[in-house]
Design a protein around this ligand. Structure first.
Ligand SMILES: [Zn+2]
Length: 231
């Protein structure tokens, strides 16, 4: 039996997408049921063209006569459409903001913005639902381009049965096992392995299991030129 995982940047086979308000509202309702027992009232979700964030939750503290915050109101959840992110990453961003909302709505006191309560809830959701939420919002393409560490990468370029091209950056000790899985997978038509020190590959996780990250051939091509084929 071949166990075969196909993945976008964070877990499923979805291409970059630009979310709409209707899509985000539907996802909000789904994640509300899945991860928060349906306890979160709907709030306005707005699209933004911000470069500085992917998701952001805004709200207003309501204080009593002593100035103590008694609750939060006027919640607005904004998602930036500046970047074409894979769907799983858009979803993870939405859930991340929903944890902030869950904490503020329930008046829970956390140790910091992404404190103990936030991390515990994040861990629970990642574990239960196979998500890949992180404390820092996922990197924007510009941040990825700034990652210039030079290190050797071993990677596989696969032609998938559905016509797409996929990339797998592998841990050096896992190359053989991953190649064996690809060879027997009906989803993979052909594979070619390379090594390269191009920092562009830093943006991909170093896989220990067979995961495929669909890439645009045109985006990949310039980075294949300096790569050496492995045999
Ligand atoms: Zn946050």
């Amino acid at each position: 039996m071949t166990v075969f995982v196909i993945a976008g940047r964070t877990g499923n086979l979805k291409l970059p997408m630009t979310p709409t308000v209707g899509y985000l509202e539907e996802r909000f309702d789904t994640f509300n049921r899945m991860c928060f027992d349906g306890a979160l009232p709907r709030i306005p979700i707005k699209l933004s063209s911000a470069r500085s964030f992917i998701g952001r939750l805004q709200y207003r503290p309501i204080r009593d006569w002593r100035g103590k915050v008694v609750r939060h109101e006027d919640f607005v959840l904004r998602i930036s459409t500046r970047y074409d992110l894979p769907e799983a990453e858009v979803e993870d961003t939405l859930i991340h903001e929903m944890i902030h909302y869950w904490i503020a709505f329930n008046g829970i006191r956390d140790t910091s913005t992404h404190g103990r309560v936030f991390r515990a809830k994040m861990k629970e959701i990642n574990g239960k639902h196979g998500r890949h939420l992180t404390i820092s919002h996922k990197s924007t393409p510009e941040e990825l381009d700034r990652d210039q560490r030079v290190t050797i990468h071993y990677f596989c370029v696969s032609q998938l049965a559905d016509g797409r091209t996929a990339l797998t950056v592998a841990a050096s000790t896992r190359i053989r096992a991953i190649q064996r899985t690809f060879q027997w997978s009906p989803s993979v038509r052909s594979t070619a392995w390379y090594s390269s020190e191009d920092p562009w590959f830093n943006r991909f996780p170093r896989c220990r299991s067979p995961k495929l990250f669909p890439v645009e051939p045109a985006e990949l091509a310039p980075h294949l030129e300096g790569a050496s084929p492995l045999r």
